[in-house]
Ligand binder design. Structure first.
Ligand SMILES: Cc1cc2nc3c(=O)[nH]c(=O)nc-3n(C[C@H](O)[C@H](O)[C@H](O)COP(=O)(O)OP(=O)(O)OC[C@H]3O[C@@H](n4cnc5c(N)ncnc54)[C@H](O)[C@@H]3O)c2cc1C
Length: 331
């Protein structure tokens, strides 16, 4: 009997939790999505400074809890070269073998990136420096819609080439809403001689109002049809927002897969529900197991909870007060 065609590989982005409630949400999402055997998961690096230390902790936690490959994000913001490189060495020593090297955004309401007085001036400098760290492979970001700092049309393609030439091996894109946006960018990259994998970043829309605000800030173009559809779904209520989010995201992923995409990177925002539903709707399965089998893992609780979740402290026995409910279903 012929083996079924393997679908595209999956990967998931998480962010470090800022408090105990967020930690419960994070680990529920991780536990829910890990059975999908992602190629890797990535852990963001806080822009504001407060959760930066948790990137390593969270990355190590996911690694030891599920044995997954983790890509740790690292930015150039607010730290000297030595401080950033110390973090990179710390990741390498902890066995985190992939870094997503980023310039980052300035903290607060500032719009213009200003390097730290003894820091990296841009992403290419960081990528070059990371070549000296043993065992680290470097990914970078890519922007199918123009990044707000792009000086001219095509600047994002040229800059991506510079980052790859500096030593990065692959790129993950900012989210976008139409497959055509990704394909246009991929074609432009191919014309520029880029042959590294460009993994599309997929945002299942959990809250349209927030997603639209964020899209405008980071330069992702919001199509009028999508805005109208979500505005109507929100007005109609009755769960239509989530139904629309699932169908729009599934359609986007289907078009990407039909266009030859071999990897989908989901921005989970530490919630598994919509991502799982989209993956289910796409009919993707792993290791012969239907996707429907996922979501049955539970946070380990009780006296060993702190050990079971190394990235963050988990309140003792959180399930007890909820009468043994699966925590994934209450986040
Ligand atoms: C996949 C992904 C993950 C992210 N994770 C995080 C995170 O964990 N923490 C966080 O704080 N932020 C994160 N961000 C957001 C990111 O920090 C912002 O988008 C930031 O504004 C740009 O950082 P970058 O490394 O992508 O920039 P770059 O790719 O270096 O620059 C963005 C664009 O600006 C222009 N540009 C910048 N510098 C130059 C230059 N010297 N010469 C010419 N053109 C230039 C180019 O057009 C370039 O494409 C992430 C973004 C993506 C896409």
């Amino acid at each position: 009997m012929p083996m079924p065609e393997p679908g595209p590989r999956l990967s998931f982005e998480f962010f470090p939790p800022a408090d105990d409630t967020a930690a419960i949400r994070l680990w529920s999402a991780v536990d829910d999505l890990a059975p999908l055997a992602p190629k890797f998961v990535s852990v963001t690096y806080g822009a504001g400074g407060s959760v930066r230390a948790s990137t390593l902790k969270t990355a190590k936690g996911i690694q030891s809890r599920h044995g997954l490959d983790v890509t740790a994000h690292l930015t150039c913001v607010g730290a000297s070269r030595d401080q950033i490189m110390a973090k990179a060495w710390g990741l390498s020593e902890a066995g985190v073998c992939e870094v997503l090297a980023l310039r980052g955004d300035p903290p607060g309401n500032k719009t213009e990136f200003r390097p730290h007085s003894s820091g990296f001036g841009n992403t290419c400098e960081l990528v070059s420096a990371l070549k000296d760290v043993p065992g680290i492979r470097v990914r970078v970001s890519a922007y199918p819609d123009p990044h707000p700092d792009a000086a001219y049309a095509g600047a994002d393609v040229d800059w991506l080439k510079r980052k790859l030439d500096a030593g990065a091996e692959s790129a993950i894109t900012q989210f976008f809403f139409e497959a055509e946006t990704y394909f246009r960018f991929r074609d432009a990259c191919q014309r520029a001689g880029i042959d590294a994998p460009i993994i599309p970043g997929i945002l299942p829309i959990q809250n349209w109002v927030t997603a639209r605000k964020f899209a405008r800030r980071c330069g992702a173009r919001v199509p009028d049809w999508l805005d109208s559809a979500f505005t109507k779904a929100l007005r109609d209520g009755d769960g239509r927002h989530d139904l629309l989010a699932i169908s729009v995201c599934t359609e986007l992923c289907s078009e990407l897969i039909a266009g030859g995409v071999e990897q989908l990177h989901f921005y989970t925002l530490n919630r598994s529900r919509l991502t799982r539903k989209v993956i289910h709707a796409l009919g993707l399965s792993t290791a012969g197991k239907p996707i429907g089998n996922v979501g049955k893992t539970r946070l380990r609780t009780g006296s060993g909870a702190g050990k079971a979740v190394p990235g963050a402290w988990v309140p003792p026995n959180p399930a007890k007060s909820r009468k043994g409910q699966n925590l994934a279903s209450v986040t």
